[in-house]
Design a protein around this ligand. Structure first.
Ligand code: FPP
Length: 235
């Protein structure tokens, strides 16, 4: 089976899942965090090496204070309670995004899980938190400008070199999954999505189980990835 090396997920539909059940939106996020755990371990079992997930965008700060606080606390609880399990599975956790506006509990939980799992080699969970794709490129460009001011020679600077200025130097995303029925990128991983295959599903994220994930893998296996080259019949 041809398995994507790097899968990214826009975990959409938590709120609608809860509302449909007559629950508070927070119940959808809680169920979404359980789904994330299941999908993480399943993806790694299937041979995926890197899983990037959109947990909170820079624009999500526009939501009600109550929902923002709930999501931040959920992330802290997730990091604290899943640390041992993730570490035993030899998975390294990275967090991508701006640190500004994050409270100290969140920052400490991020620093701890990143520190403890830093040498893990089986796979990577990249959690995008207070993240925006355009912001990531701007932040990278600012760092690069500093280095240029300090004498960096950019005569033969490549797109791979620029990756080192992003939040983390991760390879291209091979497969992007968006749950919840919308078909847009919402400012997610813009630099890393240039030749990515997209899979959109109406399934709401809390209902996105292993068999739903396998459907996306199956679709991926059957796509003809040409990276700008010719169709098979013309090769
Ligand atoms: C979008 O659904 C989802 C989010 C803004 C949050 C995603 C977070 C999780 C899945 C769980 C927590 C993550 C970690 C790392 C523990 P929405 O609420 O916008 O859904 P809607 O479109 O139905 O309103």
């Amino acid at each position: 089976m041809l398995v994507p090396n790097h899968v990214a997920i826009i975990m959409d539909g938590n709120g609608r899942w809860a509302t449909k059940k007559g629950l508070e939106r927070s119940a959808g996020h809680l169920e979404g965090s359980r789904t994330l755990e299941k999908i993480l371990f399943h993806a790694m079992d299937m041979g995926v090496k890197i899983l990037s997930v959109y947990a909170f965008s820079t624009d999500n700060f526009k939501r009600d204070r109550k929902e923002v606080d709930y999501l931040m606390n959920l992330v802290v609880k997730f990091f604290r309670s899943k640390l041992d399990k993730i570490n035993k599975r030899n998975i390294k956790v990275l967090v991508s995004g701006r640190k500004e506006h994050l409270n100290i509990d969140v920052i400490e939980a991020i620093e701890k899980i990143e520190r403890v799992t830093i040498d893990n080699k089986s796979g990577i969970l990249n959690i995008c938190l207070n993240y925006g794709g355009q912001e990531e490129i701007v932040d990278g460009a600012i760092k690069l400008a500093h280095d240029i001011n300090n004498g960096l020679d950019i005569t033969s600077f490549t797109k791979e070199d620029f990756r080192r200025y992003l939040y983390h130097d991760l390879p291209e995303v091979d497969l992007l999954i968006r749950t919840g029925g919308e078909q847009r990128l919402s400012n997610f991983m813009l630099y890393q999505l240039s030749y990515t295959e997209f899979y959109f599903t109406n399934t709401l994220f809390p209902d996105f189980d292993k068999s739903e994930f396998n459907k996306a893998l199956f679709m991926y296996e059957n796509r003809d990835r040409r990276f700008g080259g010719l169709h098979e019949e013309n090769r």
